[in-house]
Design a protein around this ligand. Sequence first.
Ligand SMILES: Cc1ncc(COP(=O)(O)O)c(C=O)c1O
Length: 372
Amino acid sequence: MSWIELPEDHPTPSLVVDCVTVDRNLQRMQDYCNDHRLGLRPHTKTHKSIRMAQRQIACGAQGLTVAKVGEAEQMFAASGDLFIAYPAIGPVRLRRLEQLAQRCSELSGGRLAIGVDSKQAAQGIAHAARRAGVSIGIMVDLDVGFHRTGIESSEHAIDLCTWVANQADLEFRGLMCFPGHILPHAPKESWDHYHHAISQVVERLSQLGIQVPVVSGGSTPTAQESHRNPILNEIRPGTYIYNDWNEVCLGVASIDDCAARIVATVVSVPTKNKFILDSGSKTLSSDRNCVDPDSGFGKVVEYPEAKVSRLSEEHGEVVFAENYAGPRPSVGDRVWVIPNHICVCVNLQNKFFLHTDGQLDELLVDARGMLV
Ligand SMILES: Cc1ncc(COP(=O)(O)O)c(C=O)c1O
């Protein structure tokens, strides 16, 4: 039986999202956050959909996270409490930020915050806030071991926090970090460092009389372990709403938890052990599996022993092992593919089909391609 029964004329390749699975994923994360008194501010880069963001807010999320200003402009339709977890550098971003800050401030409960790891970034935001005539929240980004953005030295972090706290046009909102390097079964030292890197900054700021209202962390793999870092009071998982093959391989989701899948058609069976799907890198993305990079570009649900071995732009090549003796598909068959990395896959689609009670609604991926 197919994961979701689709009409014969359903277009492929296309992204299909199951509402029941989405709601279960959202509720599970919200329950965890409620049980541990953590604020949930989901990262909307996974779904890029206003409708999905509204579901997250309705389920209890206190606000939303985005990466880019363009995403924030879209997600404003779902919540005026937005956090841009990405440095807003450059005149184009800052001009748009100025307008967005004004729009947020006009909403009751609306507020905007940005993550920064440099004084230059904070200065640009302070100017934008002054021009807008509103105060903008700042979250100082700490590197807790992922080594991407973020300040590694606690002294530098304290300097920046202190500077921000003294600016009339900025509101020092707190600290953010992204523990992307901590995967299930990570050594205790990784968690200890995650905690220590933040707590020493918080303690020193407290001695200086600077309160840290928000300490925001979390990723999907660490989300439901966040109580191991008791200094956190907010988490920002994104992938958890849909899950993907990476999360299954990491052991933080089951196949049943994968709410967003690509339906693809077998367009060729060139040899006994090979079939070709109409979904290539322009549909699935070329992201490799984070647990086993050589395991293929996603999982074909109906043929779990097959490997999506090679992608061209519009062709997904799937192979069976030489000694494979199980069932094989025929030209014209449809299959479900769980992508390795659903966030990138979603950003490749203009629209998706939302499955609710046997019905399929076609929705836009509202923030698709919003890269500025
Ligand atoms: C800054 C930041 N916060 C939160 C997240 C969400 O993490 P995940 O995709 O594991 O849910 C990401 C993901 O890249 C991120 O970059």
